[in-house]
Design a binder for this molecule. Structure first.
Ligand SMILES: NC(=O)c1ccc[n+]([C@@H]2O[C@H](COP(=O)([O-])OP(=O)(O)OC[C@H]3O[C@@H](n4cnc5c(N)ncnc54)[C@H](OP(=O)(O)O)[C@@H]3O)[C@@H](O)[C@H]2O)c1
Length: 230
């Protein structure tokens, strides 16, 4: 006999990515009770199927409490591959609550013929790898820009979904409001318009951010690629 609708298992998706939205869609279409958790970094996130909750849980303990109080049966960690803190919290909280945790794999991008990658292990190493006078597209979240303030000899191009609350600390920069395009031609047009000579990004993997990588390859631009932590 099917369980009554209000006794369905609740699945918590830790989201903020295109993959998380696709998983929510698949599970909701299959009749599951799904709540997607967003960190709340963007002011106007795209609509999602199922329920949404927003904001931090208060560390692993807060997440464990949320799991128990909301009778969560499964957690799917579909956060960004570089969102290490929430993933670690999810591991600890699920272990404490005794429930299963799934972590869908998002493979890193592999270097292709024609790619000119300078692979580094940290943001600091990325800042140090830039030559003086470079015009650098920083494909990084706003919380990762401060380290580039040490390079007033470079000009930066920064793209954000929401405008910053105060001017950035970078000595010289162009600000673009918008999202990455999956279309390499559009990314290449943007790079040309801003006379970009270098791209800095993290090896996030996935399709949503790959347009810029393919554009850099076509244009022969060096990419300072920050590796994932192993
Ligand atoms: N890192 C990226 O480049 C990137 C790119 C695209 C999307 N995102 C998305 O943006 C969010 C934040 O990324 P981050 O790199 O700042 O993460 P993070 O460093 O791993 O997390 C920092 C804190 O933010 C809160 N948090 C993060 N993700 C959350 C979620 N899905 N729901 C509720 N709270 C969350 C947690 O606060 P508490 O400890 O208080 O729970 C966590 O300790 C993630 O959901 C991620 O999927 C990140």
């Amino acid at each position: 006999m099917a369980a009554p609708a209000d006794r369905r298992e609740t699945i918590l998706i830790l989201g903020g990515t295109a993959e998380a939205a696709a998983i929510a869609r698949r599970l909701v279409d299959a009749g599951a009770d799904v709540v997607t958790s967003l960190a709340g970094r963007t002011s106007n996130p795209a609509p999602l199927p199922g329920r949404i909750r927003t904001g931090g849980f208060g560390g692993a303990e807060g997440l464990a409490r949320y799991i128990v109080e909301n009778r969560i049966a499964r957690v799917i960690d579909a956060t960004h591959p570089f969102a290490n803190r929430i993933s670690q919290n999810a591991r600890l909280a699920c272990a404490a609550a005794g429930i299963s945790l799934e972590r869908p794999e998002r493979p890193a991008w592999e270097k292709q013929p024609g790619d000119n990658w300078i692979e580094v292990k940290s943001l600091g190493d990325a800042a140090a790898a830039l030559p003086a006078g470079a015009r650098v597209f920083l494909a990084l979240g706003r919380q990762h820009l401060a380290v580039f303030e040490s390079r007033p000899d470079c000009h930066f191009v920064v793209r954000m979904v929401d405008p910053p609350e105060k001017p950035l600390g970078l000595a010289g920069y162009d600000l673009i409001l918008g999202k990455p395009s999956v279309n390499p031609e559009e990314e290449a047009d943007l790079f040309r318009a801003h006379r970009v000579t270098h791209l800095v990004c993290r090896n996030s993997g996935g399709d949503a951010g790959y347009g810029k990588i393919a554009a850099a390859r076509k244009m022969g631009l060096p990419v300072v690629m920050i590796r994932r932590a192993t």
